[in-house]
Design a protein. Sequence first.
Length: 353
Amino acid sequence: MSAPLRVLGIESSCDETGVALVELPEGMDGLAPPRLLAQALHSQIDMHQAYGGVVPELASRDHIRRAVPLLRETLAGAGLGLEAVDVVAYTRGPGLAGALLVGTGMACALGMALDRPVLGVHHLEGHLLSPFLSADPPEFPFVALLVSGGHTQLMQVDGVGRYTMLGETIDDAAGEAFDKTAKMLGLGYPGGPALAGLAEQGDDAAFKLPRPLMRGDLLDFSFAGLKTAMWTQLNKLDATAPNAAQARADLAASTQAAIVDVLVAKSLLALKQTGLKRMVVAGGVGANRRLRVQLDAQCGRRGVRVHYPELHLCTDNGAMIALAGAMRLQSGQGVATRDYAFDVKPRWDLSAV
């Protein structure tokens, strides 16, 4: 049996600092699953809450403070030293430029110091492949729904690096719709989980809100109109009425229902158009309970298997970056280099990888 390949992953694209070590058998043939040896993660949510969103300069500075301690924690968790690392993978983009530079600089410095190759990874590819670390990993090909804070995309995935865009958002992404409507309701940051929590107490049929771009065979998304409609309904509420709190919960539930209905309908349409019977849902919004319940129910009726990353891997993390780097190397779709002159790509189309 050939020696395992150990890839260290560093994630610093936005407001989470993540470091992880993943091990894959060399020449992975799909029989041996990838193994997460250890990971460490720090979220900046508490720091950014006072500002109602991510402050890029503060994010970058916090990545600098956290990266090395998280590296030590990861290696200690794996019971290994730096010499056990074969490749250093890092998030090259997309993301906040200053934040990306922290992780990229650290990865290239480690590579040079250890004489190990480095590999820049696309952040969304990390999310896309993250279910391969789950207890129920998918098999190629599949339809992927990528739903994170700034991205909503449907793709046909035929293999590592073989991605066909089927549809994407033309304005606000689903995560942005969650965050912005939560802010309108005064729920603070991060908005998605807060809105979902309030929605649990509400009636999702109380307000009639639009489901944009639901007619025809178009697989693109648009949530800006939904946000406007929600704002209109919110302004009609009487904050002094005895049922004001319940009305806010009803509006949160109705908003979540509209977003989820669109995501589910478009996903089913993508499965129909491609003829595929397997689906992957990844990204932060993929942790939404209502989305998972509805997708599982609808896909189950159609004989479609749905795969999700483990809940702790839905948010940004180093494990998905290490995994994506390892899978690219072993599939021949990526080239690690000892050229440590680096750059970052704050805007980077996944189809261009």
